[in-house]
Design a protein around this ligand. Sequence first.
Ligand SMILES: Cc1cc2nc3c(=O)[nH]c(=O)nc-3n(C[C@H](O)[C@H](O)[C@H](O)COP(=O)(O)OP(=O)(O)OC[C@H]3O[C@@H](n4cnc5c(N)ncnc54)[C@H](O)[C@@H]3O)c2cc1C
Length: 306
Amino acid sequence: MVARSTLLFLSRHEGLKDFATHFKPFRKMTSRFVAGEDIETTIGAIRELNRIGCTATFDHLNESVTSREETEAEVREYKRILERIDETGIRSNVSIKLTQFGLSIDPELAYRNARAVVEEAARRRNFVRIDMEDSAVTQATLDIFRRLRSEFDLDTVGIVVQSYLRRTRDDVLDLLEIPARIRLCKGAYNEPPEVAFPDKKDVDENYVRCMKLLLKSGVYHGIATHDERMIEATEAFARAEGIGREQFEFQMLYGVRRDLQEGLAREGYNVRVYVPYGKTWYPYFMRRLAERPANLTFFLRQLVSR
Ligand SMILES: Cc1cc2nc3c(=O)[nH]c(=O)nc-3n(C[C@H](O)[C@H](O)[C@H](O)COP(=O)(O)OP(=O)(O)OC[C@H]3O[C@@H](n4cnc5c(N)ncnc54)[C@H](O)[C@@H]3O)c2cc1C
């Protein structure tokens, strides 16, 4: 079986990214995790999620952008998404990545671009979640988030933390001081052991520890996981502490554990699904394969049986 680290290594391979993006048969295979190539198709997917009682977060796939023009195109794309959310009335906010807005070129550029999107969201009373990328940009991402949070209110911009990082519990405590709306996830990148817990057991323990801090804070946070043990721990803690189901939301990825998404929504939990679209799907798709390497067999079979 191909290891998680190999798939994550390949996810950063620029040559493979170019090849995969232009190889048409791959596009069909990715449809399990990627809603489509354009905004309108994605709106259709979100309507369907809304119908089963889930909300969404709209994400345009692109990361590690290296040209200023491309970062500006991303801002235009997100403004268009926010406009279409308003026009169609779908229940969705948006998620962005700062490397999509130029973080690897110049942090000031990323801040200005992200600010333009957050300002548009504020105008439309919507919400922007800043995804967390690999540990090389954790501090820069938090710094830009803090800057934006000082200009916009709690319900306009939020951030993500990853329980595999050793620093995360301290980050959660600092962020709650502001306060901030936080999405808690386990973390999806290849990280060295000095930075991230190498053992799943420690990642999960830290997840539960952080989840408890979030739930007790009185702020509306996102508990992002498909791990039934993490979900059960959250449900049990909320019950024991008398925290109502409306005070937080579960979050999951498009195409992963749809049964769980629907089941939790039916039980009266708030469930938000992360719905990505776009042509630059390769790194995102590879991270999804890495989370469950058994997925690879399924995709290779699909490719062979074409
Ligand atoms: C809404 C949302 C937003 C996220 N945002 C970020 C972010 O900003 N930064 C970041 O680093 N990571 C992000 N992630 C990814 C996250 O860090 C994990 O890599 C991912 O969620 C898998 O972890 P898990 O909690 O589901 O638990 P795991 O222990 O990895 O998985 C638990 C179970 O869930 C199922 N499962 C999990 N992943 C898959 C998959 N890809 N395919 C099929 N089944 C699967 C399997 O049944 C597995 O046994 C996000 C995840 C979600 C749900």
